[in-house]
Design a protein around this ligand. Structure first.
Ligand code: MN
Length: 261
């Protein structure tokens, strides 16, 4: 590798030959949080309260207290989030190898399918069709499922809860198994509130994107946006969760580096 690779990269970013795209939703009290059946403990919504605002409480400064669950808004799922990943020494937000926070991403466009079917499931067949066009998913890459679900700005429509559970798109168990066993991905990312499909509780195994990904020490990203601004291949993701001691996940500012054609 040329010694000036990084210098060239920095210049290309400064000149916007390489653009930085924000894949992050704005955090606010109305940010949708995953809803669990009533027998399970819920995660609190995001809250914010002013400490001072250039006033008698702090004449020259403005700042806030915030409170939120680790899995709120655009966020990172660490392997120890799931019982299948609980024993990974490098599976918590403070122990993950930071080298893995910078990784290539591929985007599988399922927007049309998700528009027609709110419960659309990505299968190995779709992945193989994508690979036929774009090449094999590289080792250590993020696989991102574009569904345009982030364009649902109404929190109720975003969560899309129904009598039989949420109706949101996601991966089939076989798709997750394929990505873990046949492709060695860095992790799996989606636009919906959680990495699993809304009906994932009824899959075998239940919640495969959690059970299998985290069981293999891989990551998750949920509530992403702007996936329609990424190319199918070639983007590089920078994902830096807060360094919470023994954290199971963290709100995260996800950015993507994209080189224009
Ligand atoms: Mn999560």
């Amino acid at each position: 590798m040329a010694k000036d690779t990084l210098e060239k990269l920095a210049k290309a970013i400064a000149k916007k030959k390489i653009r930085v795209i924000d894949l992050t939703q704005t955090l606010r009290p109305s940010t949708p949080v995953i809803q669990l059946p009533p027998q399970f403990a819920p995660s609190s919504p995001f809250s914010i309260s002013e400490i001072s605002h250039y006033d008698e409480k702090g004449p020259a400064w403005y700042w806030n207290d915030i409170a939120l669950g680790e899995h709120t808004g655009t966020h990172f799922d660490a392997p120890i989030h799931w019982v299948t990943g609980k024993d990974y020494k490098d599976g918590a937000t403070d122990t993950v190898d930071v080298q893995r926070f910078v990784a290539p991403a591929v985007v599988i466009n399922c927007a049309k399918e998700a528009a027609k079917d709110e419960k659309f499931l990505l299968t190995p067949k779709h992945i193989l069709a994508w690979e036929k066009k774009h090449g094999q998913i590289p080792d250590g890459a993020w696989v991102l499922m574009r569904s345009d679900w982030s364009k649902r700005t109404d929190p109720a429509l975003f969560l899309n809860a129904k009598e039989d559970g949420p109706h949101t798109p996601g991966p089939s168990a076989d798709a997750v198994r394929f990505l873990v066993e046949e492709r060695n991905v860095n992790g799996w990312g989606v636009e919906a509130v959680g990495t699993d499909a809304g009906q994932g509780f009824a899959f075998e195994p239940a919640f495969p994107a959690h059970t299998l990904m985290h069981g293999a020490n891989k990551f998750g990203l949920a509530s992403l946006c702007n996936l329609d601004k990424l190319p199918p291949t070639g983007a590089v993701l920078i994902v830096t969760p807060l360094k919470i001691e023994r954290g199971s996940g963290s709100p995260v500012r996800v950015i993507a580096l994209v080189q224009d054609e």
